[in-house]
Design a protein. Structure first.
Length: 259
């Protein structure tokens, strides 16, 4: 009799133990479901997730081996009339941060919530499926909502506003190698940072502010006048610099400082 009772309680104890182990394993899967996460999609823009501090942005240091310094002997007189000492004292990470915020602000004053207005799915957006159009009178050169004008003039306005006039783009050229540190196409495609200026020239011309380097030639940018025929409109969208006719253009990525 005692043996039967002992076996009965042993069996019950075994069932309870199996139940507890299963429950514990299930709770771990809920807390940390790493195997359920997709691994082949680029990460969304960090600024839409939380208000990061300037120091959290990946730095584009001037001593980066992928960045070519301007030749001092070729540098023309200073372009801008702003406070270069102040702008340079911020450090490259903070300079990039201010350029990014100004570019996002040009699209929509609701910087942190603007991605909710993207008119297609996030996965489609990340492959250039749609664009977020500017929705207010940002440019001091027009009173038309969402108007940015020519791409280079728009990028120039972004830099001048972000830097308080300390940084700008020179007129009469699309080659800024005498003015700013830069990366060539191959290095820039891999290492270009948010806040740098993307400049196509030669076969095709276009100027844009990088918001995010998604890898594989995909970039989230803010620019003006991307479409054909020309519409002179501000937009935030994703492009691939290695697709279509853009792959034949000369491409440089400029790190914006002051001198």
């Amino acid at each position: 009799m005692k043996l039967k009772k002992c076996l009965k309680w042993s069996f019950v104890s075994f069932i309870i133990l199996v139940f507890l182990i299963t429950a514990c394993d299930s709770s771990k899967r809920i807390v940390n479901p790493q195997e359920d996460q997709p691994t082949n999609l680029p990460k969304p823009l960090v600024f839409d997730q939380e208000k990061v501090k300037p120091g959290d942005i990946e730095k584009a240091e001037i001593d980066d081996p992928e960045i070519t310094e301007p030749i001092d002997s070729l540098r023309p007189p200073a372009l801008a009339r702003g406070n270069c000492s102040w702008w340079n004292s911020l450090g490259q990470a903070n300079r990039n941060y201010r350029i990014i915020l100004e570019a996002l602000y040009s699209v929509d004053r609701d910087i942190w919530g603007q991605n909710r207005r993207i008119p297609c799915s996030w996965s489609s957006y990340l492959r250039g499926g749609c664009a977020l159009m500017g929705n207010w009178n940002y440019s001091h050169r027009s009173n038309i909502p969402g108007w940015g004008g020519w791409c280079k003039d728009f990028a120039k306005e972004i830099l001048e506003r972000a830097s308080g006039g300390a940084a700008t783009l020179p007129g009469g050229t699309y080659d800024y190698r005498a003015w700013y540190p830069y990366r060539n196409r191959s290095d820039g495609t891999r290492y270009a940072q948010a806040g740098e200026i993307m400049q196509f020239s030669g076969y095709k011309f276009h100027t844009a502010v990088i918001i995010s380097n998604l890898g594989g030639g995909w970039f989230e940018i803010v620019d003006s006048n991307w479409s054909w025929p020309y519409d002179y409109k501000i937009r935030k969208h994703v492009i691939n610099v290695n697709s279509g006719a853009w792959r034949y253009a000369d491409l440089k990525f400029y790190v914006i400082d002051c001198y």
